[in-house]
Design a protein around this ligand. Structure first.
Ligand code: UD1
Length: 353
């Protein structure tokens, strides 16, 4: 059986690793890994391959950055001959990035089976590019692997036939479970003893100067109560440089490798983020998370986990942070099937055919 995996952006890498590993154990499976090159900086890509034990890609399409249309179209054009020539039995796509939707479109039109890992998530906010990617990918996929019950419900409501839907749990948590022991041993010397960890990269927060300025001013306020540690995404770095708010009081760094970031997350007093995956990782770790968005495609992190949506409401951020720092943080549980075995469940369904 020939299985292709197509990945491209940082959050794809922690999702593909457990599936590659689980399928490796099945002797009749031949795997091919394609990197679209959507993310290409060593600290956004190479270091994740190395730490997660992902083999070097068999093919790198080297598409690089661009507008949504350019990037999606480049991936499609470069991927089509590769899959058309090899005719894999199934192509697995991950998450909700441009590489995901571009691959699903190419493969569905070639009549190839598509499996979507992390299907069914919905923010119900079509201003998010990822929401468009999720909706389209899920309509095209033949196998839909969901992390939680809300994913199944969303898909059924959109008319996806129930036999295509497989609730396998959260595959990103598989990588976390595997590497947490290493992260526990990882030194965070050089970072403050007690800190709030911040990540920021959503276009809705960083591409608009007024929003970004407001958020950065909030972070400077937060930093008066607790040190702010802020590894800066390349998109955000460019925008910060453009608006020129002085941030020398914060602990800024380049994007961090997986294990170092996991170590910082697990020891943080609070995490402030607009990432999707980090809402889930903090829920698993039991670390309080304040999400700088007004909606989430991962509602179980709010209903079961430690996540609170604060949007761009500065007063709410300050009030919720105060509660956390005063010892009154919201407590959560780990959602069902976030147990480190999602990759095995996916492999089983893929091999069943
Ligand atoms: C992409 C995903 C987003 C995901 C995020 C994780 C889409 C639509 N968005 O957003 O869902 O949460 O990845 O990081 O697929 N850049 C670099 N080096 C790189 C990659 C990008 O400097 O290795 C810069 C480029 O200037 C680029 C910008 O970052 O234009 C944005 O990159 P892009 O891949 O378009 O989107 P992300 O914001 O990373």
């Amino acid at each position: 059986m020939n299985v292709f995996h197509v990945v491209g952006a940082r959050p794809n890498f922690m999702k593909v690793a457990p599936v590659l590993e689980a399928l490796k154990a099945r002797k009749h499976v031949i795997q091919t890994l394609i990197h679209t090159g959507q993310h290409y900086d060593p600290n956004m890509s190479g270091v994740f391959f190395q730490q997660l034990g992902i083999p070097a890609p068999d093919v790198n399409l080297e598409v690089g950055s661009g507008t949504h249309a350019t990037q999606t179209a480049d991936i499609m054009t470069r991927l089509e001959p590769v899959v058309a020539e090899n005719k894999p039995d199934i192509v697995l796509v991950y998450g909700d990035v441009n590489s995901t939707v571009a691959t699903a479109l190419v493969c569905a039109k070639l009549g190839l089976r598509v499996g979507h890992v992390e299907a069914g998530l919905r923010s119900f906010d079509r201003t998010m590019p990822e929401e468009i990617n999720r909706l389209v990918t899920d309509q095209l996929a033949d196998l839909l692997f969901t992390p939680s019950e809300d994913g199944d419900e969303n898909l059924r409501r959109e008319g996806v036939s129930p036999e295509k839907i497989h609730r396998v749990g959260n595959v990103m948590i598989d990588s976390l479970v595997r590497l947490l022991p290493l992260a526990k041993k990882c030194s965070t010397a050089g970072f403050p003893e007690r800190y709030a960890l911040v990540t920021l990269h959503r276009p809705s927060n960083v591409d608009d100067s007024a929003s970004l300025k407001g958020i950065l001013e909030s972070l400077l306020e937060v930093n008066k109560r607790i040190a702010v540690v802020f590894p800066v995404h390349p998109r955000t770095r460019q925008r910060i440089a453009e608006i020129g708010v002085p941030l020398s009081d914060l602990h800024l760094s380049e994007p961090l490798p997986y294990v170092e970031f996991l170590a910082l997350q697990s020891r943080a007093a609070a995490v402030l983020t607009d990432s999707g995956g980090i809402q889930e990782e903090t829920t698993y770790l039991g670390v309080p998370c304040l999400t700088l968005r007004s909606n989430t495609e991962r509602p179980v992190t709010v209903t079961i986990g430690t996540n609170i949506l604060v949007g761009q409401d500065r007063q709410k951020l300050t009030a919720e942070l105060k509660k956390i720092l005063d010892g009154g943080a919201k407590r959560g549980h780990v959602p069902p099937l976030w147990d480190g075995r999602a990759g095995d469940r996916i492999a089983e369904v893929v091999c069943r055919g």
